[in-house]
Design a protein around this ligand. Sequence first.
Ligand SMILES: Cc1ncc(COP(=O)(O)O)c(C=O)c1O
Length: 426
Amino acid sequence: MERDSLIFDLIKKENERQLHGIELIASENFVSDQVLEAMGSCLTNKYAEGLPGKRYYGGCQVVDEVETLAIERIKKLFNAQWANVQPHSGAQANAAVMLAVLNPGDKFMGLDLSHGGHLSHGSPVNSSGILYHPVAYTLNPDTGRVDYDNMEEIALQEKPKLIIAGASAYSRDWDYARMRAIADKVGALLMADIAHPAGLIAKGLLNHPFPHCHIVTTTTHKTLRGPRGGLIMLGEDFPNPWGYKTPKGEVKMMSNVLDMAVFPGTQGGPLEHVIAAKAVSFGEALSDSYTAYVTQVKKNAAVMARCFMDKGYKVVSNGTDNHSMLIDLRTKVPEVTGKMVENTLVKADITLNKNMVPFDSRTPFTTSGVRVGTPAITTRGAKEDLIETVVELIDEVIMHIEDDKVIATVKEKVNRLMKDMPLFAW
Ligand SMILES: Cc1ncc(COP(=O)(O)O)c(C=O)c1O
C-alpha cells in the first residue's frame, strides 16, 4: 500500500514542533522510545473484551500476560490492592467509577471547576453533571487552598454519596485524612483523582491517597509519563470478598462492580497496545532514575514559582507543592489575558495554556491566568538554571506582548536552548 505521506509529513512537523519548543503544559509529557514502540505495536490488532483469563475472544494468551504485568506493576507502584488498567482516559475512569457507585440523580462533591476542578468532576456538559447531581466545594479566597471547613459544612448539609479529591489546576497537596473523616461523617465514599500528581505521589513526594481513599483514579500520561490513558485502583477498604452494597441494592465485590463499570459499562474492547505501553511506563516509574526525575520536576516547579513571584506575578496560593502552578496575571499586567499570553507565547515556541484563576472575572475563553508545569521540560533534562531562563523569556514576551521583534528574538533563544536537549533525557 502507498505510504500516507500526507499524515506522516504532519507527524514529522509535529515532532519538529515538540523538539524545538519549550513545553510547559502541566498535563503533558514526553514518553520514552520503548513506550512509543509498545504503543505502535501489533497489539493494536487484538480484540480482548473481558479481563485476563476471562475474555470473550480467543487468542488472548499473550495480551493476558501483558495486561497482568501492567496490573502487577501499577499495584506495586501505588501499594494498591487491585487495579483495572483498561480505561481509555482519565475521564473514562471517572465515568466508570460514577457508574459503579452512584445512581442517576445521586449527589457527589468535587472541587469547583472554576477553582481548578476537572470537567469530569461535575461539569454541566459532562456526563458527571448530566447524569448525577454535583455539589462543589471551593478554595479559600485568602489562601488559594482547598477550604476543608467549607467542604465539611457543605457535605453535612448535602450528604453526597461520593466525595472527590483532586484537580486539574491546583498546586497544593491534599489532606486525604481530613477528607476521609468528612466522608465517614456523611457515609460517603472518598475517591482521589490523582491524574496530575500521580508520579510525585508514587515516589513519596506528596501525601498518598491510600489508605484514606476508597478509590483512586488517574491518567497515565501526565507526571506518570506513560501513554495517554487512565486506570482505577482500590486500597484496603474493599478486600475481596468484602461485600459492597451497590446503589441498586445488590451485594457484590467492589472490584467486580468497578470492572463491570469499565467493561461493558462504559467501554468496549481494551486497547492492549496502550496497556502494553502503560506496563512499560510503570516499569520505568518503578526505577531509581524516575525517582530522580520526579524529584527534579518538583524542584523545578518550586524554582519556577519563586521566579514568577520575584518578577511581580501572583502565583495562586503563593507557591506550589507539586509540578504545576497557576499565574494570576491581574496583579502585574491587568490588561493582559490568559488567551493573549497563550497565543503570543506560541509564536515564540513556548507552549502553556490559558486557565481560569479562582474568582476570575473573565470567561474560560479569555481567562485572567495561565497554568504552567514542569513535567515535560524536566523530561528534556531541564534543571533549575534553565527554569530561571524560561521565566525570564516568558516575562519578556508578556511585557512586550505586541512587539513582534522581541517575540522573534525570544523564539530564536528558545530554539537555541532546546537544540541539544533530547525529547527523552532520563
Ligand atoms: C484531574 C483530572 N482528571 C481527569 C482528567 C481527564 O483525563 P483525560 O483527558 O485522559 O480524559 C484530567 C485531564 O486533564 C484531569 O486533570
